[in-house]
Design a protein around this ligand. Structure first.
Ligand code: GMT
Length: 379
């Protein structure tokens, strides 16, 4: 098939999933065209069967705001025609599903639009009355819509009163990349006295509750010698640094900024902390599990569909700092239990979220929307 993919190219779960999916589809012989505002950050080198089309927004002085959505629609339509695209798979509803709708109107119904909902496009923007109706429209007008968890499907239906079917397609993990790496040398640099290592990875937005991460760590440290690795950057970073100082744990909290090789970084850790306020899926929890790192998380959104409470980690109510810290301590102090959870984490990641199976699920959806076209033409 000839597949166009649009996503946000900067660091973020939806961009990661879209880019990795594109690479997997290309490996399976499909021709993939990325149509994005910049090079997706996981696509920095040459891949066979993958092409990149930049959306260059016109900054004409009359425009108060550059018309990104329209430029994107126009670029989608151009690429659809010149590259004879069968399917346009857009990740994140706004504005991508709407731009895809416009592109389809420009080139004709043969172009099929598949929209994948990732989370904040619904759980945050779905509350915004200036956007709600157009998000619903983009969803209703797509030929197929997928969401990354059952919870997100339910939220989409409740919040936007969407009635059309939405396919569940979980995010996936490529086990050729995400497996436990030998990192003991580097780990020793951070934890020279055999301390346990906790890790948090995010974009430090308020929704990640990074202050809870520090509070949980502070409580763990009262019972177990430990270090905390903080990976990523974002608006809450100064708040977190200040909190670490005021709790007196600043020497044990190590900020590593943005990191490319997440599998290596995760392999230095014993547990991932993810106490988010909202998380439609929690890709980083899956990445951790694949590296044999159990997860202590909140029970927000789709997290309980990824982290099996009492098997691959523990989920506790949002804001339950005490409960999350207690469960972390329990796991860290019981070696046998920890080994079991670590093994179960990898098994679950490789089995339920296997990249091959999920890529095939997407291919099946593409085929379904394309055959719907054939059927209606032959009537
Ligand atoms: O959560 C983020 O900071 C980024 C956001 C995005 O749009 O890229 O992630 C969302 O999509 C990911 C991939 O499907 C999910 O794993 C995240 O849970 C989801 N984030 C939220 O729901 C807050």
């Amino acid at each position: 098939m000839r597949i166009g993919i649009t996503c946000y190219p900067s660091v973020g779960g939806s961009g990661v999933v879209a880019t990795e999916l594109g690479k997997l589809l290309a490996e399976r012989g499909h021709i993939v065209h990325f149509i994005t505002s910049g090079m997706p950050f996981r696509l920095g080198k040459y891949y066979r069967n993958i092409y990149f089309h930049e959306v260059d927004v016109n900054g004409y002085s009359v425009f108060q705001y550059p018309p990104y959505d329209l430029t994107l629609a126009s670029r989608m339509a151009q690429v659809a025609v010149t590259e004879k695209l069968d399917v346009l798979h857009v990740h994140y509803a706004v504005p991508h599903a709407i731009s895809a709708y416009l592109a389809k109107k420009m080139v004709g119904d043969k172009l099929k639009v598949v929209t994948t909902l990732h989370g904040t496009d619904i759980t945050v923007l779905g509350y915004d009355h200036t956007l709600k109706d157009i998000i619903r429209f983009g969803i209703e007008e797509s030929d197929a819509v997928t969401a990354v968890s059952n919870n997100l499907i339910e939220q989409t239906k409740d919040l936007l009163q969407v009635e059309r079917p939405i396919d569940l397609v979980y995010n996936f993990i490529d086990k050729r990349e995400y497996y436990p790496r030998e990192m003991s040398d580097v780990r020793e640099e951070f934890a020279p006295n055999g301390e346990k290592v906790l890790i948090h990875i995010s974009n430090f937005r308020p929704v990640k509750r990074t202050d809870d991460v520090v509070r949980i760590f502070h409580k763990i440290k009262q019972q177990v010698p430990a270090k905390l690795l903080m990976i990523g950057e974002g608006p809450e970073l100064p708040v977190v640094r200040e909190l670490a100082e005021s709790l007196g744990v600043q020497q044990d909290v190590i900020f590593l900024g943005k990191q490319d090789n997440i599998a290596c970084v995760l392999s230095m850790a014993d547990l991932l902390l993810l106490p988010s306020e909202q998380e439609s899926f929690g890709l980083v929890a899956l990445e951790a599990m694949s590296c044999g790192v159990p997860v202590i998380s909140s029970d927000a959104g789709g997290l309980p569909e990824v982290v099996k409470d009492g098997e691959t980690g523990f989920t506790r109510p949002i804001g339950d700092v005490e409960g999350m810290a207690q469960k972390a301590v329990e796991l860290l102090l019981h070696e046998g239990m920890y080994e079991t959870f670590s093994r179960q984490s990898m098994e679950r990641a490789y089995h339920t979220f296997c990249h091959e199976a999920i890529t095939k699920q997407y291919e099946e959806i593409y085929r379904r929307v394309l055959s719907a076209e054939t059927q209606s033409c032959s009537k």
